[in-house]
Design a protein around this ligand. Structure first.
Ligand code: GLN
Length: 491
């Protein structure tokens, strides 16, 4: 019981169903561990203690009454703070939404509640999910649980750090260009970006709508598979969701990869740290040792992916963020005399520098004189990339790459060089541009820091993706929960 926090979500669920521990005991254990360790880590923006205790009491009553309980009954879950939660402050890491209480919950949040998961609180992120380090949060710093002088990655840095530190066994994050997989890699946990359209975006505060997708983080592939099954599927509130049936992802996990074709595209290793490339090769060899056949594929337009993303994502963001004007959404500032003054003060004081940079880049890329040269050109490249990946997936079932080009970096390392920050996403954002699913799986440590391996699969092949990820997890061993240590910096 003492070391409950080392357990997988599946084990916590089983112990609750078996009556070995009550939901109230589970929640109290989680809240105690958060109280001890989160002051050092800084993963949570808000801990919803009363709400979690109330849900736990209700769940305990229902269990004693012999009611049928959901597949995540008794499992504590944290939510990235850009997922709208009825009655719980939802800030998107922005001063502009510091006091926003949504009147509804995101579909993914409702589905977790229907599955009887216990919502513990909201986690830190880069403002409006724009970033790769969680340093752009308007509120606080989140440390990497392995080394408090290093970033946890981003933008779902709070969710990844909370899972890695054993504060919760599961969390939701969101992805636009790697915001689940990159922090999962930096913190040594599993992070999945589903196929575009697999999971509802309703209630996810929009960054770039053609790229955004909600994804789970956990310490085992099986746990992530269980969450995907709960949150995936068509949603009338999000017309971009697909009708594709949702399989039992866990059922496939032991199946192995005998006879599958696997490839390590050279273009997705280039520029990565040699140690990380070597680890990806080990993962690849593990798949081959399990019976997969190595094949080669090429992605001739991959070189353009980073630039393509950093035109399309800011362009969509500049449009999506127009609603934060102090009238429709956002803390209103100024404007005693003039409307224009109110807009400019609300947005000028409310948005942080990275968000303003994106809005300016996006507005420029869409402006009348430049739209053809930037936005339209980026759409053409996106199409060429989609064709590259379609060709690659006609040859290979699974692609293997390092998740990130480098290991977690120090706070402030990219303060004066936004392009260096953007380069962190070079290996993850292609999956968002072409809409395919991808996962980061822990592959042990190097120099005391976690390494993540990325696997990619064709659209809606999450079952195969998770099945291959299980082989990689079996090879390297599942993620360990680590107790965060105090470093030089405070969260
Ligand atoms: N780091 C990337 C960006 O800043 C991706 C962010 C994300 O996936 N939300 O755009």
């Amino acid at each position: 019981m003492a070391d409950w926090w080392l357990e997988s979500a599946a084990a916590v669920h089983r112990s609750f169903i078996a009556g070995e521990r009550s939901a109230s005991e589970i929640v109290d254990g989680v809240l105690d561990r958060i109280a001890v360790h989160d002051p050092i880590l800084g993963a949570f923006l808000e801990v919803a203690a009363d709400r979690a205790r109330a849900s736990a009491r209700q769940l305990d009553r229902r269990r004693l009454a012999g009611e049928q309980l959901g597949p995540l009954a008794g499992v504590p879950v944290a939510l990235k703070d850009n997922l709208a939660t009825d009655g719980l402050r939802t800030t998107a890491g922005s001063a502009l939404l510091a006091n926003w209480l949504p009147p509804y919950s995101a579909t993914v949040v409702r589905r977790l509640e229907v599955a009887d998961a216990l919502i513990i609180g909201k986690t830190n992120l880069d403002e409006f999910a724009m970033g790769s380090s969680t340093e752009h949060s308007a509120f606080q710093r989140t440390n990497n649980p392995y080394d408090a002088d290093l970033v946890p990655g981003g933008s779902s840095g709070g969710s990844a750090a909370a899972v890695a530190a054993g504060l919760v066994p599961l969390a939701l994050g969101s992805e636009t260009g790697g915001s689940v997989r990159q922090p999962a890699a930096y913190c040594g946990v599993v992070g999945l970006k589903p196929t575009y359209g697999r999971v509802s975006r309703y209630g996810l505060i929009a960054f770039a709508s053609s790229l955004d997708q909600v994804g789970p983080l956990g310490r085992t592939v099986g746990d992530v598979a269980d969450v995907l099954r709960v949150i995936a599927g068509a949603d009338p509130e999000d017309p971009s969701t697909c009708l594709e049936p949702v399989p039992d992802y866990r059922a496939a996990l032991g199946g192995g990869v005998q006879g599958w074709r696997v490839a390590m595209p050279e273009e997705l290793q280039k520029g990565a740290d040699a140690k990380l490339q070597a680890r990806a090769e080990q993962a690849f060899s593990a798949l081959v040792a399990a019976g997969a056949r190595p094949v080669s594929v090429c992605l001739p337009h991959l070189e353009a992916a980073l630039a393509t993303y950093y035109v399309i994502a800011p362009a969509e963001a500049s449009s999506n963020l127009s609603r934060f004007d102090g009238v429709r959404f956002g803390v209103r500032q100024g404007g005693d005399r003039e409307l224009a003054d109110m807009y400019s003060q609300t947005r000028g004081r409310g948005f942080g520098p990275e968000v303003k940079r994106r809005i300016m880049i996006g507005t420029y890329a869409l402006s009348a004189g430049y739209v053809d040269a930037f936005y339209v050109q980026a759409q053409r490249l996106r199409q060429l990339l989609a064709e590259d990946f379609a060709a690659a997936f006609s040859m290979a079932d699974i692609l293997v790459t390092p998740t990130t080009p480098s290991l977690p970096f120090r706070f402030g390392a990219h303060d004066h060089d936004p392009l260096a920050m953007y380069a962190n996403d070079a290996l993850t954002l292609p999956a968002n541009l072409v809409g395919v699913p991808a996962i980061s799986v822990p592959a042990g440590l190097t120099a005391g820091l976690p390494v993540g391996i990325q696997l990619m699969a064709p659209a809606f092949a999450e079952r195969a993706l998770l099945q291959a990820a299980q082989v990689v997890e079996d090879h390297f061993g599942p993620a360990a929960a680590i107790t965060p240590r105090r470093g030089g910096g405070q969260p």
